[in-house]
Design a protein around this ligand. Structure first.
Ligand code: OXD
Ligand code: MN
Length: 598
């Protein structure tokens, strides 16, 4: 029972609709988490991994149809369709609630309904917000207990009349009496709904048990609903990593970075610098909430408490800190299982053994034609297990942000790094960023650039034009010199013969060094039509033999003809967003074209 009347009334109302067998309030204790995990092992839904190899770790296998976020079934149900904008799916909220109510009536029969009080951000921080997730999935509960702060401390903070974001979740698979449960209950695709009600600030997710569809604190609350709150309240909820960089003299800078998926965001957040004396510490790998402090600067806080990272490709070479973060007390989903009871995935850094159980529970050998781990297999690991977690990652006031990075995967045109002339020009960079579509995604558009403003395309809870206007308005709320400097980076440029020009990973620390030098008013740069670029000798390459002077010159080339074509494609992209696209951004585009033609 909650002392918060609004909360208790809402829980009662959802219970009378969903008709669970039992209701359980999550207290947030380790014993409770262990009890739920033990019960899932006993029911065959989870496998406990070998304690000597991965202590306190569990493996789950999802239904093959429920392996990723479902953007096509994700809705922003604003009262007016135009408020959802051209990049979101929309359904009238009254109609959507009717559909969901009908699907949800009796949907928890035969199951326990868990009530999870959770805080996005440290409990009690002025930046944090409280949510309550109701779910019929114990898998969701144990994941939420890693990804957020949960339980009694949150209820206490909520008090008798505190505000919370109601989040309803059901796997959409009621259990008839005596029926055997599936190891991963979920509903068919055409019955899945990941619904957001931005005026009411409410989330209702039905039919999927997976990740961003079901752990409602993450994408649904901390990005989609929070982006609406942030616009109303004058702050930013962004799809960004947060890292802390310390130079050999002990000077500290904080950097946030927005990158679309498959650009190495988690790797950058946990980077091991190759330049002597420099230190990177992690504050967050996926989401940053940024609010103005009393100093007039933007302060960033990671609202999450864990990492929900992509496993394939993660190794002691590509990201040792991520590997160490998930060495214990971690939930693995859709990884392969070895005969010794350990996990394995493609790109883990060592060969597969002779026999595995693959992510679908089938026998697998190195001769199998299919992958052993799903390419979106995940680890859910507590952030405080990261060996380089920054001591101030839970500072209730957040950390002052010195620089914001935006970027994507571009093999041509975009240089290794360039700095914006000013805030509005930086927002222009954020508005045009994106990646080339690779064969793995949509084959008929390979090579085209998919633009993804601030990597927020699937996560903006309102109209994309209003979102970009909000970024511009944030710049007007304080002095320009108090705002973070904005940089566009591209680790993925290739030479004409198709060779990567930049080694990436830990070597990216060399680019970060130039960035913080620029934030301190140092760092050699030249003015070009697209922004400030490092001079060819400005990026520290001592000890880096693989990048020649010629490579560096190519990495920093601004080809005017390529950029004129780019400007044309940007105009089409801006126009496609309709009349709400801010005039200031068209003005930035006009100015870019004028500089290119000068
Ligand atoms: C994620 C995503 O899972 O961006 O973080 O899809
Ligand atoms: Mn993400």
């Amino acid at each position: 029972m909650a002392t918060n009347v609004k909360l208790q009334t809402w829980v009662d109302q959802i219970a009378s609709m969903t008709q669970p067998d039992a209701i359980r309030w999550i207290k947030g204790t380790e014993e409770e988490k262990q009890e739920l995990l033990d019960a899932m092992v006993a029911s065959g839904m989870a496998t406990k991994l070998n304690e000597s190899k991965h202590p306190g770790c569990y493996l789950f296998r999802s239904d093959p149809s429920d392996v990723a976020r479902v953007e096509g079934r994700t809705y922003i149900a604003s009262v007016k369709e135009e408020d959802a904008g051209p990049t979101n799916n929309w359904i009238d909220p009254v109609e959507l609630k009717k559909t969901l109510t009908s699907l949800s009536t009796g949907c928890m029969k035969g199951r326990t309904m868990y009530v999870i009080p959770f805080s996005m951000g440290p409990v009690g921080s002025p930046i944090s917000k409280i949510g309550i997730e109701i779910t019929d999935s114990a898998y969701v509960v144990v994941n939420m207990m890693i990804m957020t702060r949960t339980g009694d401390a949150v209820l206490e903070q909520l008090g008798e009349d505190g505000e919370f974001i109601p989040c309803i979740h059901s796997v959409g698979a009621p259990l008839e009496e005596g029926a055997k449960d599936s190891t991963w209950p979920c509903a068919p695709m055409d019955k899945k709904y990941i619904a957001h009600f931005p005026e009411e600030k409410m989330i209702w997710s039905y039919g999927s048990g997976y990740g961003g569809n079901a752990l409602l604190g993450k994408k649904c609350f901390a990005l989609r609903i929070a982006s609406v709150l942030a616009r109303e309240e004058g702050w930013l909820a962004e799809h960004m990593l947060i890292l802390k960089l310390t130079d050999p003299n002990g000077n500290v800078k904080h950097i946030c970075g927005a990158f679309p998926s498959a650009c190495g965001k988690t790797n950058l957040a946990m980077l091991v610098p190759t330049i002597p004396g420099w230190k990177v510490e992690t504050l967050g790998d996926d989401i940053a909430w940024m609010k103005f402090g009393s100093d007039g600067r933007l302060h960033a806080l990671n609202p999450e408490a864990g990492f929900f990272g992509v496993a394939p490709g993660t190794s002691m070479e590509s990201n040792p800190n991520a590997m160490l973060s998930c060495a214990k007390n971690t939930i693995f989903t859709n990884c392969a299982l070895t005969d010794e009871g350990d996990i394995w995935w493609e790109g883990i850094g060592y060969d597969a053994p002779e026999h595995l159980i693959d992510w679908q529970g089938k026998d697998w050998t190195p001769n199998s034609s299919e992958v052993a781990a799903h390419k979106n297999a995940r680890f859910t690991a507590p952030a405080n297990q990261c060996p380089v977690i920054a001591p101030d990652w839970e500072d209730p006031n957040g950390v002052p942000v010195d620089a914001i990075l935006v970027g994507g995967r571009r093999k041509t045109t975009i240089p290794l790094v360039h700095q914006s002339f000013n805030w509005n020009h930086g927002i222009f960079m954020g508005a045009i960023m994106g990646s080339e579509i690779t064969a793995a995604v949509i084959s008929d558009k390979v090579g085209q650039v998919r633009r993804d403003p601030f990597a927020m395309l699937p996560f903006i809870g309102y109209h994309v034009g209003d979102y970009l206007q909000h970024w511009l308005d944030i710049g007007k709320a304080t002095d320009e010199d108090k705002l973070p400097k904005i940089f566009y980076v591209n680790w993925f440029r290739k030479s004409e013969d198709g060779k990567w020009l930049w080694p990436g990973y830990g070597e990216n620390s060399r680019v970060l060094k130039w960035i913080v030098e620029r934030c301190s008013g140092e760092g050699k740069a030249v003015e070009t039509p697209i922004g400030y670029l490092p001079t060819v000798d400005a990026i520290d390459r001592s000890g880096l033999d693989s990048v020649s002077d010629e490579d560096m010159a190519e990495l920093l080339t601004v080809d005017k003809e390529e950029w004129k074509a780019e400007a044309k494609s940007i105009r089409a992209h801006f126009t496609s967003y309709g009349p709400k696209m801010p005039r200031e951004l068209f003005a930035e585009l006009d100015a870019l074209e004028a500089r290119l033609n000068a």
